[in-house]
Design a binder for this molecule. Structure first.
Ligand code: NAP
Length: 244
């Protein structure tokens, strides 16, 4: 029987690359989106057209009722959730004094509370089946902090703490919880930076380039695989050697 993965924020970027990879590898894919209905529909139709099992579900991860809905839809459609990839995220830059309080609240609500909500929605099912893999997408900024991204860095650091704590709590139930901390990845999230700023980042990356969404998807696929059964509570940096 095919395994089932729920991927949050799979309408574009890293989430979309993960949806494509997991579908090609034979997973049933629950493709979550929030605002980008057209992109989600296009991707899901394209994958379904190739014979893959893909099911798009709209849900705002910052809302627990909606994450319950997302997980329940996945279970109704495919019977189980084997893997949850908490990928949905937003980025808004600005100094702590410039940042609108609604923007920083939204960053915490989506990037940290969204991960917590999805974990809370999925754990009853995973505990009852005594198996599951949870993969949280954090960030290098959650490890080292970024100027003008205080809320984002704090939320992503929170994801690291959540990952380590939940890994200990769920290990007796046969569930692993790990995080990926991507460096600079070539997605629309980085469109706010100028070419000069991107060149400055890249000049400090030992592998001399940005990462691709596919490279994060491959790391997530490894952590979801049986090959990673003895790995839990870990934060995997996928960053081209970029350590600040
Ligand atoms: P992206 O291209 O902007 O995609 C973000 C995704 O998150 C979209 O599919 C979006 O869906 C979804 N999303 C946003 N708010 C949501 C909500 N409330 N509920 C459900 N989905 C929501 O960004 P990306 O670069 O692929 O980022 C993916 C993850 O990697 C994020 O957690 C990000 O923080 C992390 N990350 C990225 C980088 C990087 O350099 N790109 C580096 C480190 C970490 P809709 O458009 O449908 O709302």
């Amino acid at each position: 029987m095919n395994k089932t993965v729920v991927i949050t924020g799979a309408s574009k970027g890293i989430g979309a690359a993960s949806a494509i990879l997991f579908a090609r590898k034979g997973y049933n894919v629950v493709l979550n989106y929030n605002q980008s209905y057209q992109s989600a529909k296009l991707l899901s139709s394209s994958l379904s057209g190739q014979g893959f099992n893909v099911f798009p579900v709209k849900a705002d991860v910052s809302n627990k009722l909606e994450t319950d809905f997302l997980i329940n839809e996945a279970i109704s459609k495919f019977g189980t959730v084997d893997v949850l990839i908490n990928n949905a995220g937003i980025s808004i830059s600005g100094t702590i004094n410039e940042m609108d309080i609604h923007d920083s609240d939204r960053i915490f609500d989506v990037n940290l509370k969204g991960v917590y909500n999805c974990c809370k929605s999925v754990t009853p099912k995973m505990i009852s089946q005594k198996s599951g893999k949870i993969i949280n997408i954090s960030s290098i900024w959650g490890q080292v902090g970024a100027s003008c991204e205080v809320a984002y860095s704090a939320a992503k650091a929170g994801v690291i703490g959540l990952t380590k704590a939940l890994a200990k709590e769920l290990a007796p139930s046969g569930i692993t919880v790990n995080a990926i901390a991507p460096g600079i990845i070539d997605t629309t999230m980085n469109e706010e930076y100028t070419i000069e700023e991107i060149e400055d980042f890249v000049s400090r990356i030992p592998l001399s380039r940005m990462g691709t969404p596919d490279e994060i998807a491959l790391a997530a696929y490894f952590l979801a695989s049986d090959d990673a059964d003895y790995i839990t509570g870990q934060i995997l940096g996928v960053n081209g050697g970029y350590v600040v």
